[in-house]
Ligand binder design. Structure first.
Ligand code: HEC
Ligand code: HEC
Length: 407
């Protein structure tokens, strides 16, 4: 879907981005990287994009103890928390502009779990997304775009910023703020953030030279089989028609019936941020669509649906005992648990807590939002333990930075 109105200055910026392939030594990418890692761009200073999106955890939440519990991150202001788990910031720039697929009658594209970074403003969801954390009071908490722009223009890399976007870029706060977004988009589109260097990528290029182990191969088969894991239905794993490497998401939305994460500190946040208090529910895409007049009538059927995340780097962690959180609210804590959830959600319902220590009580709590739960494609897969383990093993082949063994 084309944005309705793109200001002229912005078209110029977009053409700068489009004309420059995202090479590591590209000055636009370098400026984007400096912005991404700059802790000065928050109020008070100290929080950068990377504070919640670290490369060594797959561009996601960097603190094991947080992931093990509420899984949401504190903003620049002490005591203010967000309400969702940070998804990977990698491979996100490939998401199409949010649109309604006329044939399937479902929504595709956008950034954020609920798609509200649509791309309708700056023609790419990740560019729209990039302008939001700076001004979010529970994240980087800058009061205005101008404050961000002033720090960028007067900071250590202001000269580089002007060299890329033109000497006059800092004269107009809106143009400059759009330029910040374009620089972040370029970095998030770069080979550094999207290296496609997992074991599975090597395997796709040359399966004879870089074979999967027997267990990983079984996992791949189960992943694709419609009568088994059926994971590929939403997390596609085959290369595109021109050999494009797979992104492991079709950028659609679904309600998997994930239970709430009671440890999320958002439930206890000040009424100024969370007016629903402990009764808050995450409506996902439906919650966003309510705010868009032309789609508001579709809100109900999309209540509780969240964007299918990429599975690239889903296991990447700095140490084997580092805990990662999964799903929009981080309620699940390991890939083993995720697969067990897909496999047995409807077989073992009715618990209060996800891991209930009482004997015979190890089952699944009710979904956070019971409407629109997908019961066709998951919930009772009939996988045995060996098959569950194989699916986990396959997902572990999706970590970037794999080193082929010495030949
Ligand atoms: C305080 C933690 C925090 C900070 C700081 C932060 N993010 Fe995020 N990021 C999140 C959370 C949480 C989400 C999901 C929010 C939602 O879905 O409502 C997210 C979502 C995203 C996404 C969407 C990915 C997708 O597939 O939809 C991208 C891209 C991203 N962030 C990039 C950035 C950039 C660029 C910055 C700096 C300008 C940044 N983030 C700063 C926590 C953070
Ligand atoms: C019907 C579509 C669909 C199918 C089929 C599906 N998934 Fe998902 N997957 C999703 C959605 C949507 C989410 C996010 C849900 C949420 O956060 O509430 C998700 C989340 C995940 C996550 C968490 C990733 C993260 O960063 O938090 C993993 C891991 C995962 N899926 C693996 C699998 C595996 C393995 C299978 C097959 C056994 C599978 N999925 C089948 C749609 C699907």
């Amino acid at each position: 879907m084309l944005p309705m109105y793109i200001p002229r200055a912005l078209l110029l910026l977009i053409s700068v981005v489009a004309a420059s392939p995202a090479f590591a030594n590209d000055p636009l990418v370098s400026v984007g990287k400096l912005i991404f890692f700059d802790p000065a761009l928050s109020e008070p200073a100290g929080q950068s994009c990377a504070s919640c999106h670290q490369p060594d955890t797959g561009w996601s939440g960097p603190t094991s103890s947080i992931n093990a519990a509420g899984a949401v991150y504190e903003g620049a202001v002490h005591g203010r928390f967000g309400n969702r788990k940070p998804p990977s910031a990698a491979y996100a720039a490939a998401s199409p502009v949010l649109h309604l697929d006329p044939e399937e009658e479902h929504f595709v594209g956008g950034n954020f779990w609920d798609g509200r970074a649509t791309g309708w403003l700056l023609a790419n969801p990740a560019a729209d997304q990039a302008q939001k954390p700076f001004l979010n009071p529970v994240e980087q908490n800058q009061a205005t775009a101008e404050d961000v722009v002033n720090k960028v223009c007067e900071g250590g890399y202001g000269e580089q910023f002007r060299a890329v976007f033109g000497g006059a870029i800092c004269n107009d706060a809106l143009d400059a703020y759009n330029a910040v977004a374009q620089a972040l988009l370029a970095f998030e589109s770069s080979a550094e953030v999207n290296p496609f260097s997992s074991k599975y990528d090597y395997f796709l290029k040359d399966p004879k030279r870089y074979p999967l182990s027997q267990q990983e191969q079984l996992g791949l088969e189960l992943y694709e089989r419609e009568d088994k894991g059926n994971c590929a239905a939403c997390h596609p794993n085959r290369p595109g028609p021109n050999g494009e490497p797979p992104l492991f998401t079709d950028f659609t939305y679904d309600n998997l019936g994930v239970p709430r994460n009671p440890e999320n500190p958002w439930y206890r946040m000040d009424k100024a941020f969370n007016h629903a208090g402990s009764g808050w529910v995450d409506e996902g895409l439906g919650g966003f669509l309510k705010t868009v007049s032309r789609y508001a009538q579709r809100a109900k059927e999309n209540r509780g649906k969240h964007k299918v995340p990429t599975l690239r780097n889903v296991d990447l962690r700095p140490a084997p005992d580092f805990i990662k959180a999964y799903m929009h609210n981080g309620a699940l804590k390991s890939l083993k648990q995720v697969v067990h959830f897909y496999n047995t959600r409807d077989v073992k319902p009715g618990c209060e807590r996800i891991k209930d220590p009482r004997p015979g009580k190890n089952c699944w709590p009710v979904p956070e939002i019971p409407e629109n739960v997908n019961k066709d494609e998951l919930g009772d897969l009939g996988l045995d333990k060996k098959e569950e383990q194989a699916l986990v093993a396959f997902m572990k082949t999706l970590n970037d930075g794999w080193q082929p063994p010495e030949e």
